[in-house]
Ligand binder design. Structure first.
Ligand code: NAP
Length: 279
């Protein structure tokens, strides 16, 4: 269409070459017949503020921000969405018509949506959740589970103080346990989530026993390389429903694409395949 706008977006990080976001967004642009480009924006920390401030002048609709800029970017925004504020980090910037910058964090949305894609009737208030890990992914996941009405989130991290810091921030529904208690803590949960890097390609497997886990509990892993971690395989073999981390990765991109391009995109089997082929 001759009158259709050419929309520019990208992902700003350092390093950023590994990002799958260009594959995802450029796939959707082609699928929906939109004109634009989503590019890698390798920006060193010392140049980050200048790069962010340059977005409106360059005509960008916005960008994703990733490591190491996710926390720093918050203070450069004219507006930060309350969910992102609670998470303490943004992953999406939307340039407004007047050139001001709005920051969002869609990781929690992506996580919850990935559970709903696997189990359409999934409910956050179905029972306690056990979250392993207390890093960046855990922040987004714990907060989104609380927002979905989880009655209790048991939080277990190798470094207990980091879990305690999250609990202090997020309130009394978050119960901190020792790393050594992680297997016993599975009793009676409706959801088990791994947000540690254990089980990721190049890392050792997550050392857990699922003996105490109810058979109907949903088991999810934030990891997407490999698609089936040892945790998910063991859970599947004993009959638990499982969700891998690919759905979170793909779903977090959807609200950003909607904000920049005006279309809420769908996750198709073809998109999944295109992304899996980059692993
Ligand atoms: P992070 O902030 O660096 O946190 C890493 C977590 O792993 C911490 O809780 C850390 O515990 C724990 N850990 C590291 N080594 C461990 C060990 N040997 N034993 C037990 N725990 C250990 O990383 P992140 O950004 O949260 O990412 C975590 C995982 O989530 C990664 O695999 C990442 O690929 C995945 N992720 C997926 C998505 C998605 O869209 N699917 C999004 C974000 C992240 P300590 O505090 O004790 O160090």
């Amino acid at each position: 269409m001759a009158d259709q706008k050419f929309v520019l977006a990208g992902v700003m990080g350092w390093p950023v070459a590994h990002s799958r976001s260009p594959v995802i967004h450029n796939h959707w642009m082609a699928q929906y017949g939109l004109r634009g480009a989503y590019v890698l924006l390798p920006v060193q920390p010392e140049n980050f503020e200048a790069a962010i401030r340059g977005l409106p002048a360059l005509g960008f609709a916005g960008c994703n921000v990733t490591i190491p800029h996710k926390v720093n970017a918050m203070k450069m925004m004219d507006f930060v969405d309350p969910v992102a504020k609670a998470m303490g980090a943004i992953n999406t910037i939307v340039v407004q018509p007047d050139g001001s910058l709005h920051g969002y964090n869609n990781d929690g949305f992506g996580y919850i949506q990935s559970l709903r894609d696997a189990q359409p009737d999934w409910r956050g208030d179905a029972g306690p959740a056990l979250v392993l890990g207390a890093g960046g992914a855990a922040r987004a996941i714990v907060l989104s589970l609380l927002n979905e009405g989880a009655p209790e989130v048991r939080l277990v991290n190798r470094t207990r103080e980091k879990a305690q810091a999250l609990a202090d921030e997020f309130g009394p529904r978050v119960k901190v346990l020792d790393w050594a208690e992680r297997n016993d803590a599975m009793a009676g949960v409706a959801l088990l989530v791994n947000t540690t890097n254990q089980g990721m390609h190049g890392q050792p497997e997550l050392a857990v026993s699922l003996a105490a886990l109810p058979e109907q509990a949903l088991v999810s892993d934030a990891i997407y390389i490999p698609l089936e971690t040892a945790l998910l395989k063991n859970a599947r073999l004993r009959g638990n429903p499982v969700v891998n981390g690919l759905g979170m990765l793909l779903n977090q991109a959807r609200p950003a694409f909607k904000a920049w391009f005006g279309v809420m995109p769908e996750i198709t089997p073809t998109l999944r395949q295109v992304v899996i082929e980059t692993f």
